[in-house]
Design a protein around this ligand. Structure first.
Ligand code: SF4
Ligand code: FES
Length: 248
């Protein structure tokens, strides 16, 4: 395939960025999207030009770092996959592909296609853990019976990889789907109930402090989420928050 790539280039967070055209040829359908970018970068390096900076790590849908806006969709045109799982067979010879970073005030651009998503880390640090006494009297996790349905729901919420596609897809740049997944994975289990009141308040407070927008129930986040995180988590977080704040 021969393609025209229009890629966002931006020197750093303080510089203005712009879309730059890069024609690319001999791209095979079996290549992953990131391999296609590797080919582009190899060519740029050989010509003495600066390669395009993009984030990636596992390249198998686990780490959540390959955050690219492809033709206006986070992680590209397919559902329930990350950018690194997208293959070039999804495109046709002669296509133009626009590649931009995830855009949100709380995700400032570091360089080119790489954004700073440490706001998510700070939300998790604000309460996304449970305190366990490890003094030698720790109860074996299997000694606590948990309904299968609850365990499955918690596991589904824990599948969130923190990629940020939900934020990029949302017209308000809301982080409610991410935060609610992190709140839910604990709120559904007895081990997470102990600190549930503080956790939801701390995580929502941090989410607001980071500058993410409000949820207006558009549902774009759920559609674009590569891990199928459900909007039900947002409803659960709202209930948890209401209970926590009315408790005082
Ligand atoms: S909820 Fe989905 S889209 Fe949002 S960060 Fe988690 S995995 Fe990514
Ligand atoms: S590189 Fe890890 S999810 Fe894509």
């Amino acid at each position: 395939m021969n393609l025209l790539l229009k890629i966002w280039r931006q020197k750093d967070g303080n510089s203005k960025g712009k879309l730059v055209d890069y024609p690319i040829s001999d791209i095979e359908g079996d290549m992953s999207f990131l391999e296609m970018l590797d080919v582009l970068n190899q060519g740029l390096i050989e010509q003495g030009e600066e390669p395009v900076v993009f984030d990636h790590d596992c390249r198998e849908g686990i780490c959540g770092s390959c955050s690219l806006m492809i033709n206006g969709e986070p992680h590209g045109p397919d559902r329930l996959i990350t950018t690194c799982q997208l293959h070039m067979r999804r495109f046709r010879d002669g296509d133009t592909i626009v590649i931009e970073p995830f855009r949100a005030t709380a995700f400032p651009v570091i360089k080119d296609l790489m954004v700073d998503r440490t706001a998510f880390d700070r939300i998790q640090q604000a309460g996304g853990y449970i305190s366990v006494n490890t003094s030698g009297h720790t109860v074996d996790a299997n000694a606590i019976p948990i309904e299968k349905e609850k365990a499955d729901e918690s596991f589904n919420a824990a599948a969130c990889i923190g990629c940020g596609a939900c934020v990029a897809a949302c017209k308000n740049a809301s982080a409610m789907l991410f935060t609610s997944a992190k709140v839910s994975q604990f709120a559904l289990l007895p081990q997470g109930r102990v600190e549930a009141t503080e956790r939801v308040q701390n995580m929502v407070r941090q989410m607001d402090l980071e500058g993410f927008g409000n949820c207006t129930n558009t549902g774009a986040c759920e559609v674009e989420c590569p891990k199928g995180i459900s909007l039900e988590n947002i409803a659960r977080m709202n209930r948890e928050y209401l209970m926590a704040t009315t408790k005082g």
